[in-house]
Design a protein around this ligand. Structure first.
Ligand SMILES: *[C@@H]1O[C@H](CO)[C@@H](O)[C@H](O)[C@H]1NC(C)=O
Ligand SMILES: *[C@@H]1O[C@H](CO)[C@@H](O)[C@H](O)[C@H]1NC(C)=O
Length: 425
């Protein structure tokens, strides 16, 4: 793995401001950045998992419907302890390591998600998860927020795994953690769009087919009708695939269909001046449509496919590059007093994801689940690193980060949701 420093991030990305997380601003939100890139390390070896035989709990999920546990509220629970800490997990990336960087209070770790209906979400049982997924492989595909989810899961599992988990960087951009005692593996592929993409401008040494995503320069060519073969082709080797992607769609881009440039967003000048201006969420909608259809039609993949929805940002009083911050110390618990709404691109991204998911689900006999984290995360303005994503003078991406999440932190609940999805009958 190689972390890339970001040349002049500020000029390269669009970003907006929002006044409060509760306010809807027309141009708010923030492209994701600070991604870490996962470049080839060791030899790539495909994990072949043999014939599928799902444990009964998962088998029933594959055909069943569950309660919607994603509506609810955060309730304080002083007895709650994080699943892992900066001292017990070595896989927390530095920019999420709020404990290490001295976040003054850890009270933000003492909130539990309580669904509006039905039982509380059970605490994540790492031993049970490893047993349930014995012999199986989970693949996460997405941007740095997907990476955070992977780290959260791996940190939690590592607490009970008898042999220490190891991280490998595999040829082709995959990262993999293995839990040998249970024959479970968790993999990650970094791609911020899910479909084929390529940076078109940027430092010379960072542009080109083999150098995708190595800087945060734009604009990007996005092939809306072509799933990114770099990860799609690996899907049959996995049993659970979790996809996600949002924030990067807000960046400047030229959109392609059938290999022809057809639209643009904030990159409509020069040669592109006769392309149709498209909204980023239209592009995101098409990209998800492509990826969901491609996954549904992928031969040899008999596993479960999960779409994780947008995790909102919480910049107040500015954007990520001009002093925006997120200083809340508690979740937003009273929706009546403080209506929680998302900024425009995020709300539109969310809508596009849910609608495309429902359409794909209706059409496909395949097991698909929506992991709808948007509402619950919207209520966690206190869960971001803010100023504690780096030590003094160390930052090379965000100075104040209200996009990523502290680990441990509220996104650890995503594992509880994952477990619920995999075990629901
Ligand atoms: C973990 O965080 C604590 C403060 O919460 C700090 O004192 C300690 O040095 C950190 N340990 C590591 C390994 O980063
Ligand atoms: C777009 O403009 C170029 C010249 O800049 C022209 O060659 C091309 O035909 C135009 N395309 C359309 C669809 O108008």
């Amino acid at each position: 793995m190689k972390a890339i420093s970001i040349p002049s991030v500020r000029g390269l990305l669009t970003g907006g401001r929002r006044v409060r997380y509760a306010a809807v601003s027309k141009s708010a939100s923030v492209p994701a950045l600070l991604a870490l890139l996962f470049i080839a390390g060791t030899a790539f070896s495909v994990v072949f998992l043999g014939p599928f035989d799902w444990p009964p709990a998962i088998a029933s999920f594959l055909g069943g419907e569950g309660d919607d546990v994603t509506r609810g509220e955060w309730v304080r629970d002083p007895s709650l302890r994080p699943y892992y800490t900066n001292s017990t997990c070595a896989f927390i990336e530095d920019y999420q390591n709020c404990m290490k960087h001295g976040r003054p209070s850890l009270e933000f770790l003492r909130w539990r998600w309580r669904p509006a209906h039905g039982d509380d979400l059970p605490r994540f049982d790492a031993a049970r998860f490893l047993t349930l997924l014995r012999g199986k492989s989970v693949l996460f595909v997405g941007d740095s927020l997907a990476s955070s989810h992977v780290r959260s899961l791996v940190c939690t599992l590592a607490q009970v795994a008898p042999a220490p988990a190891r991280m490998e960087s595999l040829l082709g951009g995959f990262q993999r953690w293995t839990f040998p005692a249970h024959d479970v593996s968790v993999s990650f592929f970094w791609t911020p769009f899910q479909v084929r993409w390529r940076l078109t401008r940027g430092p010379d040494d960072a542009v080109g087919p083999d150098r995708q995503g190595e800087v945060f320069a734009g604009p990007t060519d996005l092939h809306l009708d072509e799933a990114d073969a770099r990860w799609i082709t690996a899907v049959p080797n996995h049993d659970v695939v979790v996809i996600s992607a949002s924030h990067w769609f807000a960046r400047p881009a030229v959109y392609y269909r059938a290999g022809r440039a057809v639209g643009c967003h904030q990159a409509c000048d020069g040669d592109n001046n006769n392309l149709t201006a498209m909204k980023p969420w239209q592009a995101q909608r098409e990209a998800f449509r492509t990826v969901l259809r491609t996954l549904a039609g992928t031969e040899g993949f008999k596993g479960a496919m999960i779409l994780r929805t947008v995790a909102p940002t919480h910049y107040e009083n500015g954007g990520w590059f001009d002093g925006g911050e997120c200083t809340a110390t508690e979740p937003a618990t009273d929706p009546d007093e403080d209506p929680v709404e998302m900024a425009e691109p995020e709300a539109e991204f969310y809508k596009a994801q849910v609608e495309e998911f429902r359409a794909a689900e209706a059409e496909s006999p395949r097991r698909m689940r929506l992991m709808d984290v948007t509402g619950m995360m919207l209520r966690r303005p206190d869960g971001h690193p803010d100023r504690y994503g780096h030590g003094p003078g160390q930052h090379e991406g965000f100075n104040i980060d209200c996009l990523h999440w502290c680990l441990p932190g509220p996104i650890d609940v995503w594992n509880e949701l994952l477990m619920k999805i995999l075990t629901d009958s």
